[in-house]
Design a protein around this ligand. Sequence first.
Ligand code: SF4
Length: 320
Amino acid sequence: MRLRDFPEEELFLQGSAACQGCPGSAALRVAFKALGKNTILAVIASCTSVLQSPYPASALGLPTLNMAFATGGAVASGMTAAADRLVKNGRFSEKPTILVWAGDGGTYDIGIQALSGAAERNADFIYVCYNNEAYSNTGTQRSGATPYAAWTTNTTRGKGEWRKDVAQIMVAHGIPYVATASLAYPTDMFRKFAKAREIRGTRYIEIQAPCPPGWKFPSSHTIKVARLAVQTGMWMLYEHEGGRTTYTAGTQRIIQGQAKLAPVEEYLRAQGRFRHLFEPERDEKRIAEIQNRIANIFETLQFTHKMKEHIMDIEMAPPR
Ligand code: SF4
């Protein structure tokens, strides 16, 4: 799939109320193109509740239910049961894709209980967390997804804790499909949505969503920051299905040795929310902590990849 092969029909319409350079609207556009018209959307309280524009106008070209923060998993469980019933009694010819669209606040913190319950029941829907790593629609407060050392309005010297990893928590639920995605790799994102559409049960896709006002970078740099996140290892691209994790796109290239892991400083310096790590003086300790954590993860993944290649070489060697 190339960019020019994306469907031309736009289901994310003009006139949204999003900020310039908003990652949420770009992600919605790709997701809608991959999932198509037979999709019903549940928007959980987040920037997407606002950016769809004030009632009665809407930039969302799909039937949409706007719901409270804590309700994503519960609402989608009800929607998918209702859709099954409508198919059974002949009122729907085909079951629509049920799509939950939530931010990290509605996923990592306030909505995790309902999501976990639905995932444990393997309820049939796609849950998307567009992760802008803070409560951006209320002015950038810290969330469970905010990375270590990042500024928010209530972590003014930088967050003291590492973010939790909800994608891995969803892997631990044993659901059929978990994937991460990046705006800088739209074909990879499209492919993951298209694949998720064909799978039944709970599917979870998490998109890193660099937010210009919250992360303090120019609105023209959204894709650049998203790409740097992958190139420096701050965000990893993978999909997990059938008990197996496959790394994809930029992350795969680093693990397989086709690209080098860029220094994390390039990512940190691109955003005002990490400025206190460099001014008024360089915070060597915290920069090194972040870099070492990434290096440890990638060393392990690169070692595992080499071992697998080695084993395949042995298996494929002709018998003597
Ligand atoms: S605050 Fe960030 S995520 Fe929210 S609408 Fe603006 S750019 Fe998009």
